[in-house]
Write a protein that binds this ligand. Sequence first.
Ligand code: WQD
Length: 334
Amino acid sequence: MNILVTGGTGYIGSHTCIALIDAGYSVVVADNLSNSKRETIENIKYITGQDIPFYEIDVTDKQAVECIFRKHKLNGVIHFAGLKAVGESIKKPSTYYENNIISTLVLAKACLKFGINQFVFSSSATVYGENEVPFVETMDLLPTTNPYGETKSICERILKDIAQANPSFSVSLLRYFNPVGAHESGLIGEIPNGPPNNLMPYITQVAIGKQGKLKIFGNDYPTIDGTGIRDYVHVMDLAEGHVAALTSKREGVQIYNLGTGQGTSVLQLVRAFEESTGIKISYEMVDCRPGDIAACYADVQKARRELGWVAKRDLKTMCRDAWRFERNYDQVLK
Ligand code: WQD
């Protein structure tokens, strides 16, 4: 089985390539390298011992996409390629809408044209908006607070409509909670573009000395210790969730939360990192970040029941692997 992975050199895409190859699939990668590095492909090849056809293209480019579909006999597409910085999306909404929506349309239409029936879309828990936790797949979606989040809701809608009109086209919409950690080899992981926006890479950069103090955004949320609660999930667990969605071969539109089902506060994550690595993280409390919600964690029963997928790696492993990659990247890979 041959799977096209768009955004396959990005954070979640690269780990998913490894999980797919581990499960016996072969992969073709398309990525414009706008927020990732070419060396990642070499590292995936090194880890898996497999050759991987790589195309440096923009998946909004219909001709370039169709060229890949013509050249390779594909059995499915996993679409990760997209812009993902929440703050940037507020400053450049048209770029976000254009890029994330057109790419999804181009790929879905290419699937229909070439008779490819399996499509997996990289969605986000952000589509739930400020719903009550835990978030369940059957909930009505609430508006998100930024264009990035809206692109995810809109693409979900587009894919549902296309699947409804084309009964042989099966779509899995995977709603990720907060992916963290790295492959245990320490060779691939998250490489933020500039100072990190997300918590775990910020913590690892404080630990290595690239950043001063961690700023904790808000300490008076109605949570266990006043700091925000999230559902951190190891990126390799998440990657394996994609394999489970593909192999389940369910028909129609399937929506799955990919998280652990456990809420962790910012302070709890800081403590887990300190315990796992022995490194002290200095921090200060600052105002809330606009658009943040108090708590976000998954109801994970559906993925467990229908895909047989559960997140296996604990918080300590997430911290250990994130830290191993940070150190390795700084000292060896950069
Ligand atoms: C987690 C917690 C912050 C940084 C975002 C997007 C989402 C998805 C993942 C991606 C929150 C707190 C953070 C810091 C802090 N998108 N925090 N200091 O906001 O849950 O999700 O990234 O591609 O769509 O919204 O993740 O890691 O930014 O924040 O205190 O320097 O850490 O307030 O409570 P978030 P995050």
